[in-house]
Design a protein around this ligand. Structure first.
Ligand code: ADP
Length: 450
């Protein structure tokens, strides 16, 4: 069963239950108060008759007190009727006279051709000194009450039907209002499922309620999916573009080798060298892609205490041994402790040193210091520098200032992007100061261990 139908049915049934309960209370209270009022009137009448009997010492004029469909009786002890006046013989036949010493009122249900009818009987004692002892009984059909009961019943039934209809319509309107954004969402999701293209829902509901929050959250989620899909597409196209160039070089040299390489040793050497170098480049690139992929996963860090001074010393020693460049570490020698993933921080420092070596020929300086909150690592070179307008772009994926030069140096444009990602994961910061022709300084800030 649809939620709208469920809400509709439930509200209507609930409404009907409340109405039936209210109707019941109204009906009972109406009957009670009306009968009480009738009782009061009859007692009043009985009182008047008793007074008259007592003062005039005669029962002859009690006929004047008869109302429509009623009887008046005077009864002696042992239920003996001594005097009776009536204008409804059937009624007086159906109700037996009863002597009473106390004032009492009673309703009787008598059967008639057209159904049952209520009769109200009141009895009051007549105490006229020592002369007469008996009671007065007045019986009266509650015909007015029957008609009013019928009218009330009709009104209540009519109102209940109207209320049920209104509740049905109201319930449908309410259910539709609640379900519209949800139905829109379902429709959009089905469209997304069919087409595979993420789509947001237009917000029609201006009220700041839970439904609007639901739609907004859905839209935010779709936006993020869209951004991720765009990123993925961009990455695939950038990566294939990057891989295409070395693969074309490999293919051309392989062709050359196949055609003429075996006869010409120099050509073969050149081709093999080129193929080897391009293959190495592809290998490096795929390693970097893997680094990028792990960076995008959550909780990738293996955090432990790291002494930056000894870490930098080790890296610099390796670089100096392999590349024979002048790289100097400036530090006061005191340990600088941070909480970090050692391998990842090492990767960042290597990226920065690698860039400094690729884009400069002179010495390289590495400064290690700390302030109250951060450990600060500065990698400074005195090379070609970066044009001012390009500084903001160099953290972008695959961005290289001088494409031709980067190819020579084997750069992929991913190093700084990865470095920034790692530093962000450590809640740190990476800044670049550079002047074209003078050199570049990359500054890392990493939260210090208290
Ligand atoms: P790449 O692998 O090309 O070096 P990076 O992301 O590490 O990729 O760097 C992006 C670009 O920023 C480089 O292509 C280069 O143009 C520029 N760059 C980075 N570091 C330096 C530097 N120390 N000196 C001059 N240019 C730099």
């Amino acid at each position: 069963m649809k939620i709208t139908t469920k809400i509709n049915l439930l509200t209507t049934v609930w409404m009907l239950c409340i109405l039936i309960l209210i109707n019941f209370v109204v009906y009972i209270s109406f009957m009670k108060t009306t009968i009480n009022m009738e009782e009061d009137t009859l007692f009043q009448k009985a009182g008047d008759i008793v007074n008259e009997i007592n003062t005039k010492q005669s029962q002859s004029e009690i006929e004047d007190y008869l109302s429509e469909h009623s009887y008046i009786r005077i009864i002696e002890p042992r239920n003996k009727i001594v005097h009776e006046v009536t204008n409804d013989k059937i009624l007086s036949k159906k109700i037996k006279g009863k002597y009473t010493k106390i004032k009492q009122a009673k309703t009787y249900l008598i059967s008639e051709e057209h159904g049952e009818e209520q009769v109200l009987v009141v009895r009051v004692p007549i105490n006229n000194g020592n002369q007469f002892k008996g009671s007065l009984e007045i019986g009266e059909r509650l015909q007015g009450l029957e008609t009013r009961k019928e009218i009330l019943r009709a009104i209540l039934i009519f109102c209940t039907i109207i209320a049920a209809l209104l509740s049905l319509l109201g319930g449908r309107w309410l259910a539709n209002m609640i379900m519209r954004p949800i139905s829109n969402m379902i429709k959009t999701m089905e469209e997304i499922e069919k087409s595979g293209v993420p789509k947001t829902i237009t917000i029609q509901n201006k009220a700041k309620d839970e439904l609007q929050t639901l739609v907004k959250t859905f839209n935010r989620m779709i936006d993020r999916i869209q951004i991720n899909m765009d990123k993925q597409k961009q990455f695939i196209s950038d990566a294939s573009h990057e891989l295409k160039t070395p693969l074309t070089v490999i293919k051309s040299y392989a062709n050359l080798l196949r055609r003429r390489g075996l006869e010409n040793k120099d050509l073969a050497d050149e081709a093999i060298k080129a193929i080897h170098s391009e293959a190495t480049r592809i290998q490096k690139m795929t390693d970097t892609f893997l680094d990028l992929a792990t960076l995008e996963k959550v909780n990738v860090l293996e955090i432990k205490e790291v002494n930056l001074v000894s870490l930098c010393k080790n890296i610099l020693k390796q670089f100096k041994d392999v590349y024979r460049r002048e790289i100097t570490l400036h530090s006061d020698g005191f340990p600088i402790m941070i909480s970090a993933d050692e391998l990842k921080i090492k990767q960042v420092i290597i990226i920065l040193l690698d860039n400094a070596m690729k884009y400069s020929k002179d010495k390289i300086d590495v400064f290690l210091e700390k302030n109250q909150q951060h450990a600060i690592i500065r990698v400074k070179d005195y090379g070609i520098g970066i044009p001012e307008g390009e500084i903001n772009n160099i953290f972008e994926r695959f961005y290289r200032v001088d494409k031709a030069r980067s190819r020579e140096t084997g750069g992929s444009g991913l190093g700084l992007h990865i470095a920034k990602g790692i530093i962000k994961l450590h809640k740190g910061e990476i800044n670049i100061k550079s002047k074209e022709g003078e050199g570049t300084e990359v500054v890392l800030f990493l939260p210090i261990l208290e």
